[in-house]
Design a protein. Structure first.
Lengths: 555, 222
């Protein structure tokens, strides 16, 4: 690892910069090699976007298959074993291949250097390496999924995962490799934030998205090694039977659960903190108002990252831990709610009396706020030990984490995709279709998961292949909602692909946003800036001087 | 970018190249060091997971732990500890000489480090083969009659997982240090401004050493 050696990127010799145009990063080098071996953070971000979307499609197809199977109480389209494999693969693909890299590796990669006034991330070659590690792990995991698949659920609890006859080892080892990608990205971003800030960007003038990515990276760096070790231990256990988590050999399966959730609970914040960051940008941009409570939002990101490490026990309320420990974890869980509420109030404070420009990203912000608040509130309810016991392993939990973790993240991912689409590709999409699909997706998401809250509350357990007759109506409703959701995604895919090729030229800053990333061209040139190092005299999203704003009707 | 400081006569000045996206050389070196510290943090957490397993099972099987620990060869373990700590000294000296630009001494110190690393692995090999011979093996492979306490196979599961993972890190550390050694011999361009590569390799080696300093009492001195 020698970051001291310089990076090699085509067409960037100093003499070249003086008297030629500054081609944007999309056209600066058009060969396949110039993409595959690029060290430009923007191109790496785009390649991540491509793969992440592909895996989202794969995971989405699995989700639709699950919903179709659950349309009738008995067998519908697949047998029980296939069903077990399908929901496992849905979880694994969506979590490890889509949600964890979705916002950090795509938008973090693309925007972080732009927001810090840097020419690239600290370690560009490691950045490219993280893409290939990710793809290598993904290929191994997918190979294992296609050659048998596993039926353990994405949580692969021991001792079942070490004894099942399905293909556990390659999939888990693939996830282990993907973990390295996550760690490398995290280290890269932390070092970038520490060392690459442009003159004028102090810690408390960093865009809030950067704060969120920074907090996320801290979790990635500190939590991922633990699941890495656990994945290796379970793989070895599955292949050789060392007995580490096998009760027959004195092993303790609850130890497995502790180690598993020590990563996998903070992993929830790896998925949702970047979403919070995206929304902090979008809410200021589209309310055309300075950020309300900047420091509170920045600190609460770090707070969530910190407290998130001490809440894992709430996944294990029924695994035999003492009532005292259960209560303790319950209280720590609610602290996460406190930090999230601080964010929510500040976002609402930003919108309050702002000049809201109700574009597609803002529509997603509204959906996001709804999912975060209601998903979060059900989280507080689940964090209460006495309430969790009856709800444990029911569809209530499934609906809860889809609301907060998936709902919030998907809203933010789509909002980011629309908000930064002109930045990334220099083109605009069709606003009307954007709003229509946003409405479809938000409605579809609710229609999918609100019935699942009710199902869980009525006692339907998760991961079951068959269910009693009386649950059918709600299951049909949920499947109908999922179809609406899928339809929304198809519309997005259509108009964004169209916009990619035929969209109107966007201009430098179509949203008139005052985020730092909009100070440069759209799409940005290869090294992000033309000419000397830009300086940043104002804080991000500085739309109006607060002193002037205090005068009535000044805004 | 590409400011490799090539002078007119084609000789390369012994300064590291400044990548185009960093503000200055100090910042670049600081970034590299910070990145390495973060990476070391991930390594510590990797081993922390195993330490948790160790603590949990030692609490569950204290007698088996004590008996199994006594079946290890304390002399070999102690010799290995001394070898590894000494190798950390030579690794640190390599950084010292790199700062002074004495590239030959850098290569010699790293070579000594590698030699001791090999020694460590050889001793470890003898310990391992002895265990394979008498049957103090993990889980279902355990067939040693000397200790029949519940939990003894678990001790050797933890023992083999921990020492094998550590051994893997020894090998990775050796590869990393070899790169520095080859560079000190071939290009001989380490100097007061350019010693980050040796420093980072040495930091990694200290971590490998540090992990062993924890593993030794935990496994051998129960």
């Amino acid at each position: 690892m020698t970051p001291s050696s310089s990076i090699a990127s085509p067409g960037a010799a100093p003499a070249h910069d003086e008297h030629h145009d500054h081609p944007n990063y999309l056209v600066d080098g058009t060969t396949i090699k110039s993409w595959l071996l690029t060290v430009d953070h923007k191109r790496i971000g785009l390649m991540f976007l491509f793969w992440v979307l592909l895996f989202f499609l794969v995971g989405g197809i699995f989700a639709m298959l699950i919903r179709l199977e659950l349309l009738t109480p008995g067998p519908t389209i697949m047998d029980a074993m296939t069903y077990n494999r399908t929901f496992t693969l849905h979880g694994l693909v969506m979590i490890f291949l889509f949600m964890i890299p979705a916002i950090p590796a795509v938008f973090g990669n693309f925007m972080l250097p732009l927001m810090l006034g840097a020419k690239d991330v600290a370690f560009p070659r490691l950045n490219l390496l993280s893409l290939y590690i990710y793809l290598g792990g993904a290929m191994l995991a997918l190979w294992g999924m296609l050659n048998g698949g596993l039926d353990t659920g994405w949580t692969f609890y021991a001792p079942y995962s070490t004894h099942t006859t399905t293909t556990v080892a390659p999939v888990l080892f693939g996830a282990f490799i993907i973990g390295f990608s996550s760690i490398v990205t995290g280290i890269n971003f932390i070092v970038t934030v520490h060392t690459m800030r442009a003159p004028g960007i102090t810690w408390f003038k960093m865009p809030l998205f950067v704060w969120a990515i920074y907090a996320t990276s801290c979790i990635q760096v500190l939590a991922t090694p633990v699941i890495g070790l656990l994945l290796v231990l379970v793989t070895v256990e599955n292949l050789f039977g060392f007995g580490m988590f096998d009760p027959a050999r004195g092993g303790d399966p609850v130890l497995f659960q502790h180690l598993f959730w020590f990563y996998s609970h903070p992993a929830v914040y790896i998925m949702v903190l970047p979403a919070f960051g995206v929304m902090s940008e979008i809410v200021a941009s589209f309310s055309r108002k300075n950020i309300f409570g900047y420091r509170a939002v920045a600190y609460s990101s770090l707070g969530i990252a910190f407290v998130g490490f001490f809440a894992w026990g709430h996944h294990m309320f029924v695994s035999g831990q003492s009532t005292f420990v259960g209560g303790l974890f319950g209280v720590l869980t609610m602290l996460v709610g406190v930090f999230t509420a601080i964010k929510v109030f500040n976002w609402v404070g930003t919108v309050y009396k702002g000049a809201v420009d109700f574009k597609t990203p803002f529509a997603y912000f509204c959906g996001f706020l709804f999912f975060t608040v209601f998903g979060g509130m059900t989280g507080i309810a689940l964090g209460t030990v006495s309430l969790d016991v009856p709800w444990h392993d029911t569809y209530f939990v499934v609906a809860h984490f889809h609301f907060i973790m998936v709902g919030a993240t998907i809203m933010a991912f789509l909002a980011a995709l629309h908000y930064w689409f002109p930045k990334m590709f220099g083109r605009t999409y069709h606003e009307g279709w954007g709003l229509v699909s946003a409405a479809l997706i938000i409605l579809g998401f609710n229609a999918t998961f609100i019935p699942q809250f009710l199902l869980g509350n009525n006692g339907m357990p998760r991961r079951y292949y068959e269910y009693p007759e009386r649950f059918q109506a709600l299951n049909v409703a949920s499947t109908a909602g999922a179809s609406l959701l899928a339809f929304g995604f198809v519309i997005i895919a259509c108009y964004l692909t169209y916009a990619l090729f035929y969209g109107r030229a966007a201009g430098k800053n179509p949203w008139r946003s005052k985020g730092y990333e909009w100070l440069t061209e759209s799409p940005p040139p290869t090294h992000n800036f033309v000419g000397p190092q830009p300086t940043y005299p104002e804080e991000p999203h500085f739309y109006v001087d607060p002193k002037k704003a205090e005068v009535p009707d000044a805004v | 970018m590409q400011s490799s400081a090539s002078t007119a006569d084609g000789t390369v000045a012994p300064v590291p190249r400044l990548a185009m996206h960093f503000a200055s050389l100090e910042v670049q070196n600081h970034a590299a060091r910070l990145g390495m510290w973060l990476f070391l943090a991930t390594e510590i957490l990797l081993f922390a997971g195993l330490f948790i397993c160790y603590g949990c099972y030692r609490f569950l099987f204290p007698e088996a732990w004590a008996a199994s620990s006594r079946s290890l060869d304390l002399t070999m373990g102690t010799v290995n500890t001394i070898v590894l700590i000494t190798s950390s000294l030579t690794a640190a000296l390599a950084v010292h000489y790199a700062k002074e630009g004495k590239n030959r001494m850098v290569a010699i110190q790293i070579f000594l480090t590698l030699l001791m690393a090999v020694g460590f692995l050889v001793i470890k090999y003898f310990e391992y083969s002895h265990k394979f011979h008498i049957g103090t093996l993990p889980g279902r492979y355990y067939f040693y009659e000397g200790i029949q306490l519940p939990g003894a196979p678990m001790y050797f599961t933890v023992y083999f997982c921990a020492t094998a993972l550590h051994g893997l890190h020894v090998i990775i550390g050796m590869v990393v240090l070899t790169f520095s050694m080859v560079r000190a011999l071939r290009r001989a361009d380490f100097g007061p401004n350019n010693y980050t590569m040796v420093e980072l390799g040495s930091m990694y080696w200290h971590l490998v050493d540090l992990v062993w300093i924890f593993l030794f009492p935990m496994l051998y001195l129960v």
